[in-house]
Design a protein around this ligand. Structure first.
Ligand code: GH3
Ligand code: MG
Ligand code: MG
Ligand code: MG
Length: 313
Protein backbone atom coordinates (compact mmCIF):
# COMPACT_ATOMS: atom_id res chain seq x y z
CA UNK A 1 0.00 0.00 0.00
CA UNK A 2 2.68 2.54 -0.90
CA UNK A 3 1.35 5.86 -2.05
CA UNK A 4 3.43 8.77 -3.21
CA UNK A 5 2.63 11.91 -1.28
CA UNK A 6 3.71 15.12 -2.94
CA UNK A 7 5.40 17.95 -1.13
CA UNK A 8 2.21 20.00 -1.31
CA UNK A 9 0.12 17.22 0.18
CA UNK A 10 2.68 16.69 2.89
CA UNK A 11 2.38 20.34 3.81
CA UNK A 12 -1.38 20.07 3.85
CA UNK A 13 -1.14 16.97 5.97
CA UNK A 14 0.70 18.94 8.63
CA UNK A 15 -2.60 20.37 9.72
CA UNK A 16 -3.93 16.91 10.35
CA UNK A 17 -1.12 15.17 12.18
CA UNK A 18 -1.27 15.50 15.93
CA UNK A 19 2.16 17.08 15.83
CA UNK A 20 0.76 20.26 14.35
CA UNK A 21 -2.43 20.30 16.36
CA UNK A 22 -0.34 21.01 19.42
CA UNK A 23 -1.72 24.42 20.25
CA UNK A 24 0.89 25.22 22.88
CA UNK A 25 3.70 27.54 22.04
CA UNK A 26 7.16 26.36 21.09
CA UNK A 27 9.46 26.27 24.08
CA UNK A 28 12.98 27.68 24.17
CA UNK A 29 15.39 26.99 27.02
CA UNK A 30 17.93 29.74 27.46
CA UNK A 31 21.11 30.01 29.48
CA UNK A 32 23.02 33.25 29.91
CA UNK A 33 24.78 34.66 32.96
CA UNK A 34 23.91 38.22 31.94
CA UNK A 35 20.51 38.79 33.56
CA UNK A 36 19.67 41.94 31.61
CA UNK A 37 20.46 40.23 28.34
CA UNK A 38 18.53 37.13 29.39
CA UNK A 39 15.44 39.23 30.13
CA UNK A 40 15.79 41.16 26.90
CA UNK A 41 15.89 38.00 24.81
CA UNK A 42 13.15 36.29 26.81
CA UNK A 43 10.85 39.24 26.23
CA UNK A 44 11.72 39.39 22.54
CA UNK A 45 11.04 35.71 22.03
CA UNK A 46 7.81 35.85 24.01
CA UNK A 47 6.62 38.70 21.82
CA UNK A 48 7.30 36.46 18.86
CA UNK A 49 5.08 33.72 20.30
CA UNK A 50 7.57 31.55 22.16
CA UNK A 51 7.52 30.29 25.71
CA UNK A 52 10.89 30.79 27.30
CA UNK A 53 12.53 29.22 30.30
CA UNK A 54 15.54 31.33 31.13
CA UNK A 55 18.27 30.71 33.66
CA UNK A 56 21.67 32.08 34.55
CA UNK A 57 22.95 28.76 35.93
CA UNK A 58 24.28 25.95 33.81
CA UNK A 59 23.21 23.33 36.35
CA UNK A 60 19.65 24.64 36.32
CA UNK A 61 19.63 24.62 32.52
CA UNK A 62 20.52 20.94 32.57
CA UNK A 63 17.80 20.16 35.11
CA UNK A 64 15.16 22.09 33.15
CA UNK A 65 16.25 20.40 29.98
CA UNK A 66 15.45 16.98 31.42
CA UNK A 67 12.18 18.17 32.96
CA UNK A 68 10.61 20.01 30.08
CA UNK A 69 12.38 18.83 26.93
CA UNK A 70 12.42 22.18 25.09
CA UNK A 71 12.05 22.63 21.35
CA UNK A 72 15.33 24.47 21.18
CA UNK A 73 18.29 25.53 23.27
CA UNK A 74 19.86 28.98 23.31
CA UNK A 75 23.19 28.91 25.10
CA UNK A 76 25.65 31.59 26.06
CA UNK A 77 29.18 30.50 25.27
CA UNK A 78 30.63 32.29 28.27
CA UNK A 79 29.09 31.44 31.64
CA UNK A 80 31.02 31.36 34.93
CA UNK A 81 32.66 28.05 35.90
CA UNK A 82 31.54 26.40 32.70
CA UNK A 83 30.64 27.13 29.10
CA UNK A 84 27.90 26.60 26.59
CA UNK A 85 30.08 23.84 25.17
CA UNK A 86 30.21 22.09 28.53
CA UNK A 87 26.42 22.22 28.82
CA UNK A 88 26.12 20.72 25.36
CA UNK A 89 28.52 17.96 26.33
CA UNK A 90 26.44 17.14 29.40
CA UNK A 91 23.30 16.94 27.33
CA UNK A 92 24.92 14.96 24.56
CA UNK A 93 23.16 11.66 25.20
CA UNK A 94 19.76 13.28 25.27
CA UNK A 95 20.51 15.40 22.23
CA UNK A 96 21.41 12.27 20.32
CA UNK A 97 17.95 10.81 20.81
CA UNK A 98 15.89 13.93 20.28
CA UNK A 99 16.60 16.66 17.82
CA UNK A 100 16.87 19.81 19.91
CA UNK A 101 18.40 22.53 17.76
CA UNK A 102 20.99 24.47 19.70
CA UNK A 103 22.00 28.05 19.10
CA UNK A 104 25.13 29.43 20.66
CA UNK A 105 25.34 33.10 21.48
CA UNK A 106 28.82 34.47 21.93
CA UNK A 107 30.56 37.74 22.69
CA UNK A 108 33.25 36.92 20.24
CA UNK A 109 32.74 35.75 16.75
CA UNK A 110 36.34 34.93 16.01
CA UNK A 111 36.98 32.35 13.38
CA UNK A 112 38.37 29.92 15.95
CA UNK A 113 35.29 30.27 18.15
CA UNK A 114 32.98 29.70 15.23
CA UNK A 115 34.92 26.67 14.11
CA UNK A 116 34.89 25.10 17.57
CA UNK A 117 31.18 25.83 17.90
CA UNK A 118 30.24 24.10 14.70
CA UNK A 119 32.70 21.26 15.38
CA UNK A 120 30.97 20.80 18.74
CA UNK A 121 27.71 20.34 16.90
CA UNK A 122 25.86 23.58 17.49
CA UNK A 123 23.17 24.07 14.92
CA UNK A 124 23.52 27.81 14.76
CA UNK A 125 25.55 30.64 16.19
CA UNK A 126 24.94 34.33 16.74
CA UNK A 127 27.03 37.15 18.13
CA UNK A 128 26.46 39.88 20.64
CA UNK A 129 25.19 42.52 20.24
CA UNK A 130 22.28 40.37 19.23
CA UNK A 131 19.92 41.14 16.40
CA UNK A 132 16.69 40.04 18.07
CA UNK A 133 14.67 39.83 14.88
CA UNK A 134 17.31 37.65 13.29
CA UNK A 135 17.33 35.32 16.29
CA UNK A 136 13.56 34.92 15.98
CA UNK A 137 13.80 34.16 12.28
CA UNK A 138 16.60 31.65 12.82
CA UNK A 139 14.79 29.89 15.66
CA UNK A 140 11.61 29.67 13.60
CA UNK A 141 13.55 28.09 10.78
CA UNK A 142 15.00 25.57 13.22
CA UNK A 143 11.60 24.83 14.67
CA UNK A 144 10.17 24.20 11.20
CA UNK A 145 13.01 21.84 10.44
CA UNK A 146 12.45 20.04 13.72
CA UNK A 147 8.72 19.66 13.07
CA UNK A 148 9.41 18.47 9.55
CA UNK A 149 11.92 15.92 10.78
CA UNK A 150 9.49 14.69 13.44
CA UNK A 151 6.83 14.30 10.81
CA UNK A 152 9.15 12.27 8.62
CA UNK A 153 10.20 10.14 11.59
CA UNK A 154 6.93 9.63 13.39
CA UNK A 155 4.00 9.91 10.99
CA UNK A 156 2.70 7.20 8.71
CA UNK A 157 2.76 8.51 5.17
CA UNK A 158 -0.48 6.98 3.89
CA UNK A 159 -2.84 7.72 6.75
CA UNK A 160 -1.24 10.53 8.75
CA UNK A 161 -1.55 8.45 11.93
CA UNK A 162 1.57 8.08 14.05
CA UNK A 163 3.88 5.16 13.36
CA UNK A 164 5.46 2.52 15.58
CA UNK A 165 8.56 4.56 16.21
CA UNK A 166 6.37 7.21 17.79
CA UNK A 167 4.47 4.56 19.74
CA UNK A 168 7.73 3.36 21.30
CA UNK A 169 8.59 6.88 22.40
CA UNK A 170 5.14 7.66 23.73
CA UNK A 171 4.78 4.35 25.50
CA UNK A 172 8.05 4.96 27.33
CA UNK A 173 6.78 8.35 28.42
CA UNK A 174 3.42 6.96 29.59
CA UNK A 175 5.18 4.14 31.44
CA UNK A 176 7.35 6.71 33.21
CA UNK A 177 4.20 8.65 34.14
CA UNK A 178 2.65 5.44 35.43
CA UNK A 179 5.70 4.75 37.56
CA UNK A 180 5.51 8.23 39.03
CA UNK A 181 1.76 8.64 39.49
CA UNK A 182 0.52 5.05 39.65
CA UNK A 183 -2.19 5.93 37.18
CA UNK A 184 -2.75 3.13 34.64
CA UNK A 185 -3.70 3.68 31.00
CA UNK A 186 -5.26 1.58 28.28
CA UNK A 187 -3.64 0.17 25.18
CA UNK A 188 -6.09 -1.03 22.55
CA UNK A 189 -5.51 -2.77 19.25
CA UNK A 190 -7.98 -2.12 16.45
CA UNK A 191 -8.23 -4.18 13.27
CA UNK A 192 -10.52 -3.67 10.29
CA UNK A 193 -12.81 -6.64 9.69
CA UNK A 194 -12.45 -8.62 6.47
CA UNK A 195 -10.26 -5.92 5.01
CA UNK A 196 -8.82 -8.31 2.48
CA UNK A 197 -12.31 -8.54 0.99
CA UNK A 198 -12.41 -4.75 0.62
CA UNK A 199 -9.23 -4.90 -1.43
CA UNK A 200 -10.45 -7.89 -3.40
CA UNK A 201 -13.86 -6.39 -4.15
CA UNK A 202 -12.99 -2.74 -4.76
CA UNK A 203 -9.24 -2.65 -5.36
CA UNK A 204 -6.26 -1.48 -3.35
CA UNK A 205 -6.81 2.22 -3.99
CA UNK A 206 -10.23 2.03 -2.40
CA UNK A 207 -8.66 -0.06 0.36
CA UNK A 208 -6.19 2.79 0.95
CA UNK A 209 -9.07 5.25 1.08
CA UNK A 210 -10.74 3.13 3.73
CA UNK A 211 -7.53 3.18 5.77
CA UNK A 212 -7.40 6.98 5.48
CA UNK A 213 -11.10 7.31 6.24
CA UNK A 214 -10.75 5.05 9.26
CA UNK A 215 -7.86 7.18 10.53
CA UNK A 216 -9.80 10.42 9.98
CA UNK A 217 -12.80 8.94 11.77
CA UNK A 218 -10.73 7.85 14.77
CA UNK A 219 -8.88 11.16 15.00
CA UNK A 220 -12.18 12.97 14.99
CA UNK A 221 -13.63 10.85 17.76
CA UNK A 222 -10.67 10.28 20.05
CA UNK A 223 -9.96 12.81 22.78
CA UNK A 224 -7.12 15.31 22.75
CA UNK A 225 -4.69 13.25 24.84
CA UNK A 226 -5.40 9.96 23.05
CA UNK A 227 -2.93 8.77 20.48
CA UNK A 228 -3.56 6.86 17.27
CA UNK A 229 -0.84 4.71 15.77
CA UNK A 230 -0.84 2.70 12.58
CA UNK A 231 0.70 -0.48 13.89
CA UNK A 232 0.68 -2.46 10.65
CA UNK A 233 -1.36 -2.80 7.44
CA UNK A 234 -4.93 -2.44 8.73
CA UNK A 235 -4.07 -2.66 12.40
CA UNK A 236 -4.02 0.36 14.66
CA UNK A 237 -3.07 0.90 18.27
CA UNK A 238 -4.66 3.55 20.43
CA UNK A 239 -3.08 4.68 23.66
CA UNK A 240 -5.61 6.14 26.07
CA UNK A 241 -3.92 7.98 28.95
CA UNK A 242 -5.94 8.34 32.12
CA UNK A 243 -8.43 5.78 30.87
CA UNK A 244 -9.36 2.58 32.67
CA UNK A 245 -10.50 -0.60 31.02
CA UNK A 246 -14.25 -0.20 31.40
CA UNK A 247 -14.17 3.39 30.20
CA UNK A 248 -12.05 2.29 27.23
CA UNK A 249 -14.49 -0.47 26.47
CA UNK A 250 -17.39 1.99 26.46
CA UNK A 251 -15.46 4.36 24.21
CA UNK A 252 -14.49 1.62 21.75
CA UNK A 253 -18.01 0.18 21.67
CA UNK A 254 -19.32 3.63 20.78
CA UNK A 255 -16.67 4.03 18.07
CA UNK A 256 -17.52 0.64 16.58
CA UNK A 257 -21.17 1.63 16.48
CA UNK A 258 -20.51 5.03 14.94
CA UNK A 259 -18.10 3.70 12.37
CA UNK A 260 -20.82 1.43 11.01
CA UNK A 261 -22.58 4.60 9.79
CA UNK A 262 -19.54 5.79 7.83
CA UNK A 263 -19.87 4.94 4.17
CA UNK A 264 -17.18 4.62 1.53
CA UNK A 265 -17.57 5.14 -2.20
CA UNK A 266 -16.62 2.71 -4.88
CA UNK A 267 -17.46 2.33 -8.57
CA UNK A 268 -19.91 -0.38 -7.58
CA UNK A 269 -21.69 1.74 -4.98
CA UNK A 270 -21.26 2.75 -1.37
CA UNK A 271 -20.22 0.29 1.30
CA UNK A 272 -19.50 0.24 5.02
CA UNK A 273 -16.75 -1.40 7.06
CA UNK A 274 -16.41 -2.52 10.62
CA UNK A 275 -13.56 -3.08 12.99
CA UNK A 276 -12.82 -5.16 16.07
CA UNK A 277 -10.81 -4.16 19.10
CA UNK A 278 -8.92 -5.71 21.98
CA UNK A 279 -7.92 -3.68 25.03
CA UNK A 280 -5.43 -4.17 27.83
CA UNK A 281 -4.89 -2.13 30.98
CA UNK A 282 -1.28 -1.06 31.42
CA UNK A 283 -0.90 -1.05 35.18
CA UNK A 284 2.65 -2.24 35.77
CA UNK A 285 5.51 0.02 34.69
CA UNK A 286 8.02 -2.82 35.02
CA UNK A 287 6.52 -4.85 32.19
CA UNK A 288 7.60 -4.28 28.61
CA UNK A 289 5.36 -2.80 25.95
CA UNK A 290 5.55 -6.12 24.18
CA UNK A 291 3.57 -7.77 26.94
CA UNK A 292 0.70 -5.29 26.67
CA UNK A 293 0.64 -5.51 22.90
CA UNK A 294 0.36 -9.26 23.25
CA UNK A 295 -2.46 -8.92 25.76
CA UNK A 296 -4.36 -6.51 23.50
CA UNK A 297 -3.72 -8.73 20.51
CA UNK A 298 -5.06 -11.72 22.39
CA UNK A 299 -8.21 -9.78 23.29
CA UNK A 300 -8.52 -8.70 19.66
CA UNK A 301 -8.33 -12.34 18.62
CA UNK A 302 -11.19 -13.11 21.01
CA UNK A 303 -13.22 -10.30 19.42
CA UNK A 304 -12.52 -11.73 15.97
CA UNK A 305 -13.48 -15.32 16.75
CA UNK A 306 -16.58 -14.30 18.64
CA UNK A 307 -18.04 -12.58 15.57
CA UNK A 308 -16.04 -9.34 14.91
CA UNK A 309 -17.34 -5.74 15.18
CA UNK A 310 -16.91 -5.88 18.93
CA UNK A 311 -14.40 -5.15 21.68
CA UNK A 312 -12.91 -7.63 24.14
CA UNK A 313 -10.53 -7.20 27.05
P1 GH3 B 1 -9.93 -10.09 9.74
O1 GH3 B 1 -11.34 -9.66 9.90
O2 GH3 B 1 -9.69 -11.43 10.34
O3 GH3 B 1 -8.98 -9.08 10.27
O4 GH3 B 1 -9.68 -10.27 8.19
P2 GH3 B 1 -8.81 -9.35 7.24
O5 GH3 B 1 -9.16 -9.68 5.83
O6 GH3 B 1 -8.97 -7.92 7.63
O7 GH3 B 1 -7.34 -9.76 7.64
P3 GH3 B 1 -6.10 -10.22 6.81
O8 GH3 B 1 -4.95 -10.12 7.74
O9 GH3 B 1 -6.38 -11.54 6.16
O10 GH3 B 1 -5.93 -9.16 5.65
C1 GH3 B 1 -5.44 -7.90 5.87
C2 GH3 B 1 -5.32 -7.23 4.52
O11 GH3 B 1 -4.90 -5.88 4.64
C3 GH3 B 1 -4.33 -7.91 3.62
C4 GH3 B 1 -3.50 -6.78 3.05
O12 GH3 B 1 -3.38 -6.86 1.65
C5 GH3 B 1 -4.27 -5.56 3.41
N1 GH3 B 1 -3.41 -4.39 3.58
C6 GH3 B 1 -2.39 -4.22 4.44
N2 GH3 B 1 -1.83 -3.00 4.29
C7 GH3 B 1 -2.54 -2.35 3.32
C8 GH3 B 1 -2.46 -1.07 2.71
O13 GH3 B 1 -1.62 -0.22 3.05
N3 GH3 B 1 -3.36 -0.78 1.75
C9 GH3 B 1 -4.32 -1.67 1.35
N4 GH3 B 1 -5.17 -1.32 0.40
N5 GH3 B 1 -4.41 -2.91 1.89
C10 GH3 B 1 -3.54 -3.24 2.87
MG1 MG C 1 28.11 35.25 29.40
MG1 MG D 1 -8.35 -7.28 9.55
MG1 MG E 1 -4.94 -7.68 10.63
Amino acid sequence: GYVHVSEQELLMDQAETGLEEKPDKPLALMLDDDVAFLMYVKEGLEKAGWSVIATTQAQKAIEYFHDVLPDCLVLDLHVPDTSGFEVMRMLEQKRKKQYIPTTLISNDCLRETRLSAFRMGVDDMMCKPLDMEELVVRLERQLNNKRRLERLLFVDELTGAYNRKYMNELFAKLAADLKRTGEPFTLAMLDLDHFKQVNDSYGHLIGDQVLCGFTAFLKEHLRAGDCLIRYGGEEFVVLLPGTGLSEAKTLLTRLIDRFSHVSFDSSSGAFACSFSAGAALVDDAEQSMHKWLEAADHALYKAKVSGRKRVET
